[in-house]
Design a protein around this ligand. Structure first.
Ligand code: HEC
Ligand code: HEC
Ligand code: HEC
Ligand code: HEC
Ligand code: HEC
Ligand code: HEC
Ligand code: HEC
Length: 316
């Protein structure tokens, strides 16, 4: 590792700890739940806790199914985590610097080279507990050179800026990982001045979520997927159109993850009477029928909740 990379790494490590205490002294419960939440852990510096992928013998290999002899071997050496690419006559190794993904579904790993960020070839898939080729990488290839642009990081970090230094482009030192408080509450440092969430309109609340949950720009239609458009789907629903105040935060607390479907079904009956649905049965949540799980178009073994709430369960 050259001195410049070491410097960038030193600057990014530990940035979380330095920015939180001011909020924590008064909002302890929120900060604590946020720390364990997907937003709080959307990106992190590499560590044994942050990386979910396995490095132990028997679980640390990704072998090509197309090209015999091409494989990736994951190795932990002290505090460093390596991906070794091995092919007949070729070898390439890089260490993980950043982790993208709290690990709800998966994680992808990045490394620094000459101040820029690149994606590593092996990603971890949580559902199957296996290493997989990073999305878009060829089975059998030995690619280490996919560059990570600042656009990619706008939704996964609080701040990762590109700057010019000595005539070259690099990520500015001091990037802030995770989605920190300031990402969604930019003027919270001054409570007297801020117009906080309690005074946000519905449009303002939806606009915040849409920055990152509005799907891939240019996609033809809203669809549930890894980079799905929950905002577009919800806005197509009768529930949204016919009620003045339904937002994403009617069901989700952005500072914590709630994945129990029965609790989320409880949100429906804040507005609907169970008896009015002839199909509803005691003990069977509303969500299973009205927000059906749909298969991902991009990743074969994955499914997502449709946020288009309809009276035609399963259909659109
Ligand atoms: C000295 C204690 C204190 C500190 C430090 C503090 N807050 Fe607050 N905050 C409060 C209190 C009290 C309220 C509720 C009353 C109010 O709105 O002023 C509040 C309210 C809020 C609200 C809701 C405002 C609204 O109108 O809905 C947000 C958001 C918030 N704080 C974010 C933050 C963030 C982010 C930080 C760290 C940068 C922070 N606070 C630091 C005491 C504090
Ligand atoms: C700056 C980008 C950004 C904004 C703004 C944002 N999110 Fe997220 N959200 C993410 C990312 C990235 C993830 C995935 C984190 C992970 O698992 O690594 C996520 C995950 C989630 C999840 C999944 C939680 C789980 O159980 O895994 C929910 C629910 C969610 N966000 C709701 C919201 C709501 C509601 C808003 C608006 C108040 C919002 N988000 C605003 C980026 C954002
Ligand atoms: C427009 C905002 C946005 C951009 C740009 C974006 N992501 Fe995401 N990403 C999200 C959100 C939001 C989620 C969570 C979605 C969900 O659960 O439905 C997510 C999920 C993920 C996950 C899975 C996290 C987990 O815990 O399961 C990975 C890995 C990921 N993104 C990597 C990337 C990479 C790599 C790039 C750049 C090439 C990128 N994303 C660009 C918003 C974005
Ligand atoms: C992904 C965006 C996002 C992040 C990150 C985020 N918040 Fe919030 N926060 C919101 C939204 C949206 C609301 C309004 C929730 C609602 O409508 O009930 C909110 C409400 C609040 C409130 C007032 C209501 C309450 O629940 O007491 C406080 C205080 C607060 N946030 C503090 C924080 C602190 C401290 C952090 C960092 C640890 C943080 N937030 C991180 C989006 C976010
Ligand atoms: C904030 C209030 C609110 C919440 C929360 C809410 N809805 Fe609705 N929903 C409405 C309103 C208002 C309508 C329109 C009723 C009408 O047209 O008579 C509606 C309509 C519907 C319809 C008819 C859809 C159609 O296309 O005709 C279904 C089905 C439905 N809701 C199911 C649900 C389920 C399931 C949940 C929980 C996942 C839920 N709703 C949560 C307010 C809400
Ligand atoms: C009526 C309740 C309701 C509303 C409103 C709602 N969600 Fe969800 N959301 C759910 C349920 C139920 C799940 C599935 C929970 C699980 O399996 O962890 C979910 C899951 C998610 C996930 C995890 C990925 C997935 O698709 O399974 C994300 C991200 C998310 N919601 C974001 C949002 C955003 C952004 C909004 C606003 C546009 C929103 N949600 C509005 C009920 C709701
Ligand atoms: C077993 C699947 C199933 C479950 C569970 C279920 N629903 Fe339904 N629901 C349906 C179907 C199918 C329809 C449309 C056909 C009908 O009207 O009977 C419907 C219709 C509705 C409508 C529209 C009624 C109208 O007259 O327009 C609402 C509102 C609704 N459901 C709410 C709920 C709520 C709230 C729950 C949870 C307490 C729930 N449903 C649980 C299948 C289900």
């Amino acid at each position: 590792m050259n001195a410049r990379v070491a410097c960038v790494l030193a600057a990014v490590g530990g940035s979380l700890a330095q920015t939180q205490p001011s909020c924590e002294s008064c909002h302890r419960a929120i900060v604590e739940s946020w720390r364990a939440s997907p937003h709080g852990n959307a990106s992190r510096a590499a560590s044994a806790t942050a990386i979910l992928g396995r490095f132990d013998e028997g679980h640390n290999l990704l072998e090509s199914t197309k090209r015999p002899g091409v494989r990736f071997r994951m190795e932990q050496t002290g505090e460093r985590f390596f991906q070794h690419g091995e092919a007949p006559g070729r070898k390439r190794s890089e260490a993980i610097d950043w982790v993208i993904g709290s690990g709800r579904r998966g994680q992808t790993y990045l490394y620094f080279k000459t101040g820029l960020l690149f994606q590593l070839p092996a990603s971890w898939h949580v559902g199957t507990g296996r290493w997989i080729y990073s999305p878009g990488y060829d089975d059998g290839g030995m690619q280490f050179d996919r560059i990570i642009t600042p656009e990619c990081l706008t939704c996964h970090t609080t701040e990762a800026r590109i700057e010019w230094a000595g005539g070259e482009m690099r990520y500015a030192p001091g990037a802030k990982l995770g989605l920190q408080c300031a990402k969604c509450h930019p003027d919270a440092a001054d409570h007297a001045k801020q117009r906080g969430p309690s005074r946000w309109t519905r449009a303002e609340s939806m606009k915040l979520c849409k920055e990152c949950h509005g799907g891939v720009p240019g996609a033809r239609e809203p669809a549930p997927d890894v980079h799905g458009n929950q905002v577009g789907l919800l806005e197509m629903s009768r529930c949204f159109k016919a009620s003045p105040n339904l937002t994403c935060t009617t069901c989700h607390d952005p500072h914590r993850a709630e994945r129990r479907v029965e609790v989320l079904s409880g949100k429906c009956v804040q507005c609907h009477e169970q008896q009015k649905c002839k199909q509803a049965r005691d003990g069977q949540g509303c969500v299973g029928c009205h927000m059906a799980e749909q298969k991902s178009r991009k990743i074969v073994f994955q499914s997502y909740r449709s946020h288009r709430i309809t009276a035609r369960p399963g259909g659109q």
